[in-house]
Write a new protein. Structure first.
Length: 379
């Protein structure tokens, strides 16, 4: 372009601008932009959120939120401020070329959504009880539809003095390996969240016992006796949805005595079937008082043909303590029992070769190592 022509073009542009300005003044646009704002009511603190803006004409947008203003000239624009904690005003202004302004005020609540960290304690061997503690941050953040699944089974989540917790026990008849678990919940932003965890465990390394129980003692095992016991025990199950009834640590049912024998494999007669011993045997004289390992409700208190004098305590959360071969029973089904209260006396009733207490701790009916509960509020 020659210098002359450039100059002419410049003059033409000036003329056009002048005309345009004059027309603008004459047809002066008095209508403010028709502003449309789409913004979330809640957003995650520290993350950006989208404020979608549009108008029926190009506009200069100003989005002011939590002390910061973002601006742009567009027909439609998406601003992305960073969410701040708590209720914050979102102020949107749209200004057209003629200086007309529209504004919209909204409130956006900045939320720190719940995060859940599962922490497994115990469960190191087959038959070992465990608990999954759920550490929630922030502590009071709302959680919806919280579930814990371990090894394909839903576990009921309880709240005790230590927070949210689920209990379980590694199946006794399982090779070394791991149980896979998953926690799911919905956070305050309506998002479905997932955290996986694992419970690795080693092999069972308990001894084998050949008991050579005499035929007279074994004669208590009859199909009728088995059926009767199965019926009575089925009626005495604990509801895993009941909250834990205990506050203090579990204790030995017989003061000052060590116990042994959980998870030993046994034959009761030469060549007989191998079974696992699912409790601890405490050999003490007949008449020794048996105390409640912890607070609970009596679910069953009666004489059974094989287990002998039996007391089953329901501690809540699906946890039961079971006491067999008693010579005397001091409680009744339905009784609320405090830790340390006397349930009965040691005996030699049912399938037993000498005075002893057979003591079990079960989680949802699954045997667990009783000693792993002693002196603890969570196994
Ligand atoms: Zn036993």
């Amino acid at each position: 372009m020659t210098r002359r022509r450039r100059r002419a073009a410049g003059l033409t542009l000036l003329a056009l601008l002048a005309v345009g300005w004059g027309v603008g003044q004459m047809l002066r646009d008095a209508d403010p932009p028709n502003l449309f704002v789409e913004a979330p009511a809640r957003a995650e603190v520290g993350a950006t959120f989208e404020v979608r803006l549009s108008a029926d004409e190009p506009a200069r947008y100003h989005v002011t939120y939590a002390g910061t203003t973002l601006s742009a000239v567009e027909y439609a624009w998406t601003a992305t401020p960073v969410a701040a904690p708590g209720l914050q005003e979102l102020h949107v202004v749209a200004e057209d070329g003629a200086g007309n302004r529209s504004e919209v005020r909204r409130t956006v609540e900045g939320i720190v959504p719940a995060d859940v960290t599962p922490r497994v304690v115990g469960g190191a061997r087959p038959g070992a009880p465990f608990h999954v503690a759920l550490d929630v941050t922030p502590v009071d953040a709302p959680l919806a539809d919280l579930t814990v699944v371990v090894d394909g089974e839903a576990r009921v989540v309880h709240r005790d003095a230590g927070g949210l917790v689920a209990f379980g026990a590694v199946p006794l008849r399982r090779d070394a390996g791991r149980l896979d678990g998953v926690v799911t919940w919905r956070d305050a932003l309506e998002r479905d969240r997932v955290r996986a965890f694992a419970i690795p465990f080693g092999p069972l390394d308990t001894p084998h016992q050949d008991l050579n129980v005499d035929a007279g003692t074994l004669s208590v095992i009859t199909p009728e006796a088995r059926a009767l016991e199965a019926r009575r025990l089925a009626a005495a199950t604990a509801d895993p949805r009941d909250p834990p009834r205990w506050r203090a640590p579990f204790r030995l049912p017989i003061e000052g005595r060590g116990t042994s024998g959980f998870a030993t494999s046994r034959t009761y007669a030469p060549g007989g079937p191998v079974s696992f011993h699912v409790g601890e045997d405490v050999a003490v004289p007949t008449g020794t008082p048996v105390a409640a390992t912890n607070d609970g409700v009596v679910r069953l208190a009666e004489d059974l043909p094989i287990k002998g004098g039996t007391v089953i305590l329901d501690h809540g959360a699906g946890v039961t303590s079971r006491h067999y071969h008693l010579s005397a029973i001091a409680v009744q089904a339905g009784d609320a029992i405090a830790a340390g209260e006397i349930l009965g006396e040691v005996g030699n009733t049912g399938l037993s070769t000498g005075p002893h207490l057979h003591w079990e701790m079960r989680v949802d009916g699954r045997p667990s190592d009783p000693m792993a509960w002693v002196d603890r509020t969570r196994p």
